[in-house]
Design a protein around this ligand. Structure first.
Ligand SMILES: [Zn+2]
Length: 425
């Protein structure tokens, strides 16, 4: 059997930087054999300037919104962003009629194909993808990338819960019955704390296949205000949607503390955005997970099933703040990275996401950023047996990131795929 031997200025394994002299040895298809000193690697070592990394994991995307690239105005704030997306996503009947003429399904499907191709080119191997429609099914059945499909459900009024959940179950069944998609890669998930009723949270939490969940969390301070008092900018959103929220007087608690207790304490959960997440929220979340009934879990932040997903370029696009990264690092929570959708981003590139984090938080090490983008993401999406690190037997893809300066990413850094990741089937 032939081998490939990769050497670069730096070699990131998924968990840290290897010795500068290390060589990555793979089979011809990219399955990792070992990371060894160059003196033991023999001939035919390929040298590349830059840093080698396993393939990226995109923990938060809405591939079905790819046709909305460039159509939503930037920096309007979250409420107006959400209203624009809903309008253009056919919840408004007049807009739907206009859009149907302008954007037949084939156009939506080809935007999805293009977006997936760019993710592949940017070195992404797996995607946690939020779904409200079947538009992405055809592309996913090609088996180019691993996906976990998060079938999204929402409904703030208690008496809507059963109907909304049933609708989502129908979509869930369509995905699970697609013959080629792997079993166990679909869940029914809540959209956001402010858009899901207690009853609907209950149905989600008790749905047996829901081993892995995700939710948009604390994307703005207005979300916390609405949670505590039932007041603030979110009333504008509900008014525009014709939803009467006057029955809701707030829980007296911030958003994360209000919704987390709906779930099992060991629920694997990817919390997305976390822009308005503060120290008290993290302390509550970690303490809550530890207090498992019956026995004292030896939980700490790193072994927790909670993952904090950052999509910084979507935050910039929408015009919000960035999450408090120093707080997340200090609290030792597990950080993962997502691109969000082309409705709120100019590209679906994990490298661009971590570049903006390194620029805005210069003390963050390249190894930390890459770990969030690879091994942590693979663990979050339950794909760490095949992806996320240069561990013998895995085929995570081999990426080369170039134009580093003193070990840090620069504006010019770009990514190239040297070897492919394993396909899902
Ligand atoms: Zn999202």
């Amino acid at each position: 059997m032939g081998y490939r031997k990769f050497k670069a200025d730096h070699l990131f394994t998924g968990f840290g930087l290897a010795d500068p002299d290390a060589v990555l040895v793979t089979t011809e298809n990219g399955t990792v054999r070992a990371v060894i000193p160059s003196a033991e690697a023999g001939e035919d070592i390929e040298y590349h300037p830059g840093i080698l990394s396993p393939g990226f994991i995109n923990c938060h995307c809405h591939l079905e919104l790819s046709h909305m690239k460039g159509s939503i105005p930037e920096k309007t704030g979250l409420i107006d962003f959400l209203l624009s997306v809903m309008r253009q996503r056919n919840t408004d009947p007049a807009a739907a009629a206009r859009l149907k003429q302008a954007q037949p399904d084939e156009w939506i499907l080809s935007a999805i194909t293009t977006a997936e191709q760019t993710m592949t080119d940017y070195g992404i191997a797996a995607v946690g993808d939020v779904c409200n429609t079947t538009h992405t099914l055809r592309q996913k059945e090609e088996g180019n990338l691993h996906y976990h499909n998060f079938i999204e459900t929402a409904g703030f009024l208690e008496d809507q819960a059963a109907g909304r959940f049933e609708n989502s179950l129908n979509l869930f069944r369509t995905f699970t019955q697609a013959p080629r998609l792997p079993a166990g890669t679909h869940s029914v998930v809540p959209h956001a704390p402010y858009s899901v009723s207690s009853r609907l949270f209950g149905l989600i939490a008790h749905f047996e296949p829901n081993k892995l969940l995700t939710i948009h969390n604390q994307e703005s301070e207005a979300e916390n205000r609405f949670s505590v008092t039932g007041q603030g900018d979110f009333l504008r959103l509900y008014r525009a949607m014709g939803v009467d929220t006057s029955f809701f007087q707030g829980t007296g608690k911030r958003s994360l503390e209000s919704f987390l207790p709906h779930f099992h304490r060991d629920q694997r959960l990817i919390l997305v955005h976390n822009v308005a997440t503060r120290e008290e929220d993290l302390q509550f979340a970690l303490k809550w997970q530890k207090e498992e009934a019956g026995f004292l879990r030896e939980a700490n932040a790193r072994s927790s099933n909670l993952f904090f997903c950052l999509c910084p370029l979507a935050n910039v696009y929408i015009g919000g703040l960035l999450p408090d990264l120093d707080l997340l690092i200090r609290s030792k929570v597990q950080v993962v990275i997502g691109t969000d959708s082309l409705a709120s981003n100019h590209q679906l590139s994990i490298l661009e996401e971590i570049k903006v984090l390194q620029r805005r938080f210069p003390q963050t090490t390249t190894a930390s950023l890459l770990q969030w983008a690879t091994a942590n993401g693979a663990r979050a999406l339950q794909l760490d047996s095949v992806l996320g690190s240069f561990t013998a037997g895995k085929q995570p893809g081999v990426l080369l990131i170039d134009h580093l300066a003193e070990g840090k990413l620069t504006e010019r850094s770009s990514v190239k795929r040297l070897a492919p990741a394993q396909r899902p089937f």
